[in-house]
Ligand binder design. Structure first.
Ligand code: UDP
Ligand code: MG
Length: 318
């Protein structure tokens, strides 16, 4: 059987504290996979591609050093910070040129890299997509856990298909990756596109550990922006909700007319000040929210139509 090539793609933004040890650990794991493949199984070559998402610390210098130590480590450097999802897409776009299977994993290795050999086994057994699925959320704060769960539940209610407890730790075959890269959206929420690709899928379970060094590169603001992108780029359900809300408001208004007529008949008029105020503010609010949601979608349309590049590569180490 032809030698298969595995590339591990790592997005990295200000990861100087953890990158080197993470890469060493991944190289060890790749060596295990390669040795095992020498023992009569399929032969596997493996390398690593790190995408520096415009880091402001020494991340790029470290990538250059790692590349010098070991030519299997390659790097891409963005001209500025484009975001985690763009870094993943850039890494996949570059790596898929030569790789047969691609694994994406965060630089902090919170997602268990020891599961990569299992992912490769599933690939060898015929899976095109292997999801890393967390079997618990113990390592998250209470706040992150509840907001994340509520958020994913909402997405599902809005009709977005998602793999439960799966983020961006996965293995993809060459053809699955090429299919993903055919989705050209600028507003990226990769985990929402993956279930649409089709193909035979498998999963490995793992326990997510806390970050060993450095801080989360997803501060609250970035997380909210990402969550909002997830909803508005994957579903138009909120616009439909507006329609439904509008209908409900109309029905309520009809009810109010009936109520007013009854009051009139009973001779109890002009005590309607409060109901008038409430309905005025309520409807005003509904209208403003509706306009806002529609505006949000129009804004998204604008960024998509402009078709700006999703990222700009400044330097390449190969
Ligand atoms: N990351 C990135 N660009 C960004 C933010 C994050 O490439 O603008 C990378 C980061 O270096 C890490 C991964 O995305 O490899 C996930 O980030 P992090 O671990 O900070 O997120 P968390 O685990 O806290 O959700
Ligand atoms: Mg992390």
């Amino acid at each position: 059987m032809k030698t298969q090539k595995l590339t591990i793609v790592i997005p990295a933004y200000n990861e100087e504290e953890i990158l080197v040890s993470s890469v060493h650990r991944l190289i060890d794991i790749e060596d295990q996979i390669a040795t095992r493949s020498n023992q009569g199984l399929q032969e596997i070559r493996a390398d690593i591609l790190i995408v520096d998402d415009g880091s402001k610390d020494r991340t790029w210098e470290l990538i250059e050093q790692l590349h010098q130590e070991n030519s299997r480590v390659c790097g891409l450097r963005f001209s500025r910070n484009f975001g985690h999802q763009s870094a993943l897409i850039a890494g996949l776009t570059e790596a898929v040129k030569t790789a047969d299977m691609l694994v994406t994993i965060d630089a902090d290795l919170q997602d268990d890299p020891d599961k990569i050999p299992d992912m490769v086994n599933l690939y060898a057994a015929g899976d095109d997509l292997v999801y890393g699925v967390r079997n618990n959320r113990d390592s998250d704060s209470w706040f992150k856990r509840t907001t994340a769960q509520g958020y994913y539940r909402t997405l599902r209610l809005l009709g977005v298909e998602l793999v439960p407890n799966h983020a961006d730790f996965r293995l993809m075959s060459k053809r699955a990756t090429e299919t993903l890269l055919n989705y050209h959206e600028r507003n990226l929420f990769i985990r929402g596109i993956i279930p649409k690709l089709g193909f035979k899928t498998g999963q490995v379970e793992y326990k997510r550990t806390p970050r060993l060094a450095g801080e989360s590169k997803y501060p609250f603001k970035k997380m909210v922006a990402f969550a909002w992108d997830g909803i508005t780029s994957l579903t138009i359900a909120p616009i439909r909700l507006i329609l439904i809300l509008g209908m409900v408001a109309c029905l309520l208004a009809i009810g109010m007319v009936v109520y007013a007529v009854i009051l009139k008949i009973l001779g109890l008029t002009v005590h309607g000040w409060s109901s008038l105020m409430v309905s005025m503010w309520f409807l005003g609010g509904v209208q403003l929210i509706s306009l806002g949601v529609i505006g949000e979608y129009i804004g998204k349309l604008m960024t998509e139509i402009k078709g700006r590049p999703r990222y700009t590569i400044q330097t390449k180490l190969e």
